[in-house]
Design a protein around this ligand. Structure first.
Ligand SMILES: Cc1cc2nc3c(=O)[nH]c(=O)nc-3n(C[C@H](O)[C@H](O)[C@H](O)COP(=O)(O)OP(=O)(O)OC[C@H]3O[C@@H](n4cnc5c(N)ncnc54)[C@H](O)[C@@H]3O)c2cc1C
Length: 423
């Protein structure tokens, strides 16, 4: 059986690609190795499916630190607002939450996946589940079809590779596509974990003294060897039994990975500014004022509410301050040290969890070898890529899914046009 277009992978990019190809009138086959389609999509955004983000295109690009700029041309064809219209037309009402994140009103990830599947059904797209692809076939320097692991071969005018990265392999994304891309001559840039918790061997991590403590709205930075911040993210973070996690940490994680490599070191330094709205002097003066209010009170009581209690006690102890000491007796240099630590608590981290445990895979098929408006290979006619297999990675918050849906849309549409033009 020959199809116009074969899509490999039923994640957001592949589902969207199949719909775009179907809407162009192509005869489409979508194959996925799993029993269910859209498994990762269904667990994204805390299980509510963060379908896209409503910030401006420039902001979206900024939130895609891995080759976001490559998407400018794609966004001129299909962008986040088009995604919103697309889902609303399918009957999925969306709502905007913090930081522009868009979710289905009913908070049901499955309703998003179901709407995509219904649309595929109405376009009569053939779906093969439980059908792992072993290879993409190339003949006479053109894409020719796919070979399934069970030995079946399907011919096609074009093939869209939408198999995702290597993260969370239990959702089906096991990095199968890189070998097929390489065979077509593509460069795979180095793969690395991003949006991933960070590990640390600091004594306060090892002894679990801060485990479970969440810090709200802090400025977390990754420092280079000279002590200068490479990146700062102001969000929440969490101390865990292995290191740190939470939104600010996930966003900083790729900079930890890169700096470890660049500095060729076992550790990288990070810093927490727990009071980012005030400078050091202001913090110092505020603390002095609080201590003076009731000089007989124990320090820990005078400063209650300045920081979450466990963190307050931790920093007081680090400053050499006895928690029970009378506020009026505290030496100014100790208060200065404490104010400094509130603004600049530095600690070392050793790396991150593995790529398999990361939310997102960094690196992938080099975007230099992909036509930015079509998602077609510059090296192999009839071959298209979309989604996380590409060397594009964003922060969590709907940016990766936006990239997957936009690149999927273009890949599917152009794969259909190519196949029909060459049949
Ligand atoms: C827990 C979690 C939360 C996340 N939250 C967010 C978030 O809030 N915002 C955000 O932007 N991103 C988030 N992401 C990332 C986002 O979900 C992914 O970037 C996105 O799903 C990638 O889409 P994709 O279509 O490229 O690949 P995937 O969704 O990985 O889909 C790939 C598909 O290909 C199939 N496949 C693989 N190999 C083969 C093969 N050999 N043969 C046949 N089929 C194959 C797989 O079975 C799978 O169905 C999250 C990820 C995780 C794990």
């Amino acid at each position: 059986m020959k199809y116009d277009v074969i899509i490999i992978g039923g994640g957001p990019s592949g589902l969207m690609a199949s719909i775009a190809a179907g809407e162009k009138g192509a005869n489409v086959l979508l194959v996925d190795k799993g029993e269910k389609l859209g498994r990762k999509l269904a667990i994204s955004g805390g299980g509510r499916c963060n379908v896209t983000n409503r910030l401006s295109i420039d902001e979206i690009i900024k939130h895609i630190p891995g080759n976001g700029r490559f998407l400018y041309s794609a966004f001129s064809e299909f962008n986040n607002e088009d995604i919103i219209n697309f889902f609303e037309k399918l009957g999925v009402e969306l709502k905007e939450e913090d930081h522009g994140r868009m979710f289905p009103v009913n908070n049901s990830a499955q309703s998003v996946v179901d709407a995509l599947l219904e649309r595929m059904n109405s376009l009569k797209i053939t779906i093969y589940k439980n059908s792992p692809v072993a290879e993409v076939l190339y003949e006479n320097d053109k894409t020719a079809g796919v070979l399934l692991k069970d030995g079946q071969t399907f011919k096609a005018g074009s093939v869209v590779v939408a198999v995702g990265g290597k993260s969370v392999p239990q959702t089906g994304s096991t990095g199968d596509g890189y070998a097929w891309a390489k065979k077509a001559g593509h460069t795979i840039t180095e793969l690395f974990p991003t949006e991933v918790p960070v590990t640390s061997n600091e004594p306060f991590i090892k002894d679990k003294s801060l485990q479970g403590l969440a810090l709200r709205d802090v400025a977390l930075s990754v420092l280079n060897v000279k002590g200068k911040p490479l990146i700062t993210h102001r969000m929440d973070m969490l101390f865990t039994h292995f290191g740190i996690s939470g939104p600010a940490v996930l966003r900083c994680s790729q900079f930890v990975v890169k700096e470890l490599k660049k500095a060729n070191s076992q550790t990288v330094t990070m810093k927490i500014d727990a009071l980012p709205d005030a400078n050091k002097e202001e913090v110092f003066q505020d603390v002095i004022k609080l201590l003076k209010e009731d000089p007989k009170k124990a320090v820990k009581n005078s400063l209650k509410g300045l920081l979450p209690e466990r963190y307050l006690h931790f920093l007081l102890e680090k400053s050499g301050i006895d928690l029970q000491e009378q506020s009026g007796h505290l030496a100014h240099e100790k208060v200065r040290r404490f104010a400094e630590l509130c603004k600049d608590f530095q600690f070392t981290v050793t790396g991150t969890h593995s790529i398999e445990k990361a939310f997102v895979t960094g690196g992938g098929v080099s975007v230099k070898e992909i036509h930015p408006k079509e998602m077609g290979s510059k090296l192999m006619p009839g071959l298209y890529f979309c989604g996380e297999i590409l060397d594009i990675h964003g922060y969590t918050g709907g940016y990766n899914i936006t990239s997957a849906l936009v690149t999927g849309r273009l890949a599917g549409m152009n794969a259909a046009l190519y196949a029909k033009g060459h049949s």
